[in-house]
Ligand binder design. Structure first.
Ligand code: ADP
Length: 509
């Protein structure tokens, strides 16, 4: 890494048994951390820092700089300079693709370290961090690496005699990319992949709860040979994010996070007429039809909600089961929930890690208490899964309800809490499934192909999963309708969000 860090002391890693963390991960977490601005590792201009804790123990892991407006300004300037000076935007496409591909190779080569850092910082099971987060990040970067050589305009068939016109696809410019804590490395890559492929430069801000893997990704980007300033990484909180959104030099904002914050960002970016894409919250309905393969549907529905301890925007948090199978499905889910292993992410036996922060713990347990108070029946979980200490553990929790009116059935919890409801007919269940402000994902389990298509078409969501849940591919568009977002990530649409179309007219008369 270029540039000397002036941050002096290092805290850390006081609580992790040595055999749970490999030397590279321990060394990185225990190192002094700087912001990545213009290819240099630097402290925050005003010297402020914050601590990122281990969700399994609530003890500090590392201190990172807290970026203020001055740092945002420096990073945006560096990103602008990189557009021009390094000619990132006008670099031969094959070369841009090669560098992104090289970054994919480096992420792959450092997969164990990245998975361990992700698990340490966010609490997720390390095995899943490797096979889902890191592997997904490598795939997304390889996909992005293929795009630069395939970005083409059109020759436009217009009707004016003596005129010729064509379109060029040009990068939007400097992108402010703000990401959440639930899939930190993966979200970072989902953001930077298409931006870099399009020839944009980025100011990336990881969430304050999970800053480590984005910092490591920034280092790997330099090692891959990305020119200085093409990728800048600013650790910080909501105030840092707000300063990025509001900076005049940011041409496009890409945000993944809560609907509440996203709404505010949309307003400010809209006023400034910046390009904006938003991937926001969800309250996804998961429907088990009477003809479904009940065993597969039960297993899949368990994963749909409890994967990543329920901290997924696509979590299938509202389960509708036909009344003929309701008791069986609820019983089987409760059985699975009560035997799932809750524990620290770095413990290889853990199936559900802790929730990410004290704030999330309070929020999730608050919803559980409110659910009980509002009359929902607690069928499984609700406690700490036998875990002692200060970690933020919540066991997989299952409620049944007959009323549509429960707060926990309407609001996004972002934790391991499922509400199951019985239904009688298709019209009733699709109406209930769509009766939400959100529209990110939905699912249906059925053996009948006609029912599958019919229900998939009726559900108001950006993605519908049939007989499965949570499939993702960098080629398949991802995003929400209604209050779940604006625009799509992945695929051609995801790339287009980082491109402007210029029409060029030539008089040939
Ligand atoms: P959560 O409530 O799950 O933490 P947030 O939407 O608050 O989700 O946070 C998602 C990301 O947005 C984080 O990186 C956070 O720092 C950032 N953020 C929070 N508030 C703002 C804001 N007002 N403007 C821009 N970014 C913000």
């Amino acid at each position: 890494m270029h540039g000397a860090s002036r941050i002096k002391e290092v805290v850390i890693i006081n609580s992790i048994p040595p055999d749970l963390l490999s030397e590279p991960a321990r060394a990185f977490a225990g190192r002094s951390h700087g912001l990545l601005i213009g290819g240099a590792s630097v402290p925050a201009a005003d010297g402020r820092k914050f601590t990122t804790p281990d969700p399994s123990t609530a003890r500090p892991i590392a201190e990172v700089p807290l970026s203020g407006p001055e740092d945002v300004d420096r990073a945006v300037r560096a990103a602008h300079a990189a557009l021009k000076k390094s000619a990132w935007a006008t670099m031969p496409p094959a070369e841009r693709g090669r560098l992104i591909g090289r970054l994919a190779d480096l992420v792959e080569a450092n997969a164990d370290e990245l998975a361990e850092l992700e698990s340490l910082d966010g609490g997720k099971p390390v095995k899943l961090a490797k096979i889902v987060d890191v592997t997904g990040a490598v795939g997304a970067l390889r996909y992005a690496a293929g795009w630069p050589t395939k970005i083409i305009g059109d020759v436009v068939p217009q009707s004016i005699p003596g005129a010729f016109s064509y379109t060029r696809k040009e990068p939007v410019g400097v992108c402010g990319q703000i990401i959440p804590w639930n899939f930190p490395l993966l979200m970072a890559v989902w953001k930077i992949g298409p931006a870099l492929a399009a020839g944009c430069t980025s100011v990336l801000k990881p969430a304050e709860q999970t800053p480590l893997t984005a910092l490591r990704l920034g280092e790997l980007a330099l090692e891959a040979g990305l020119p200085e300033g093409v990728l800048n990484v600013l650790t910080g909180d909501g105030s840092t994010g707000a300063a990025i959104v509001d900076h005049d030099g940011v041409d496009k904002v890409a945000f993944t996070g809560s609907t509440e914050v996203g709404r505010g960002i949309a307003g400010r970016a809209g006023h400034a007429l910046k390009r904006v894409t938003l991937e926001l919250g969800g309250k996804s309905a998961n429907i088990i039809m009477p003809d479904a393969d009940i065993a597969a549907a039960t297993k899949g529905s368990f994963q749909a909600i409890y994967y990543n301890t329920g901290q997924a925007c696509i979590a299938g948090s509202r389960l509708f089961v036909h009344r003929d199978h309701f008791d069986d499905v609820v019983g089987a889910l409760a059985e699975r929930a009560s035997t799932a292993r809750v524990g620290p992410g770095l413990d290889p036996k853990t199936q559900l890690g802790p929730v990410v922060s004290a704030e999330q713990y309070k929020r999730v347990t608050g919803y559980i208490e409110q659910g009980k108070a509002e009359g929902a029946e607690l069928v499984a979980g609700g406690g700490r899964g036998g875990q002692e200490g200060n970690g933020w553990f919540v066991e997989p929790t299952l409620f049944t309800a007959t009323s549509d009116d429960l707060t926990m059935a309407r609001e996004e919890i972002f934790g391991p809490v499922l509400v199951a409801q019985p239904y009688e007919d298709l019209g009733e269940v699709t109406r209930k499934a769509n009766a939400t402000e959100y529209g990110l994902a939905a699912g249906v389990w059925t053996r009948d192909v006609a029912t599958a298509h019919k229900v998939a078409h009726q559900l108001e969501a950006g993605a519908v999963y049939v007989n499965g849940w949570g499939r993702m591919d960098p080629a398949a568009p991802f995003g929400g309708v209604k209050a779940s977002g604006l625009g799509r990530e992945h695929g051609r649409e995801g790339l287009e969000a980082y491109l402007e179309t210029k029409t060029i007219w030539i008089d040939v008369a």
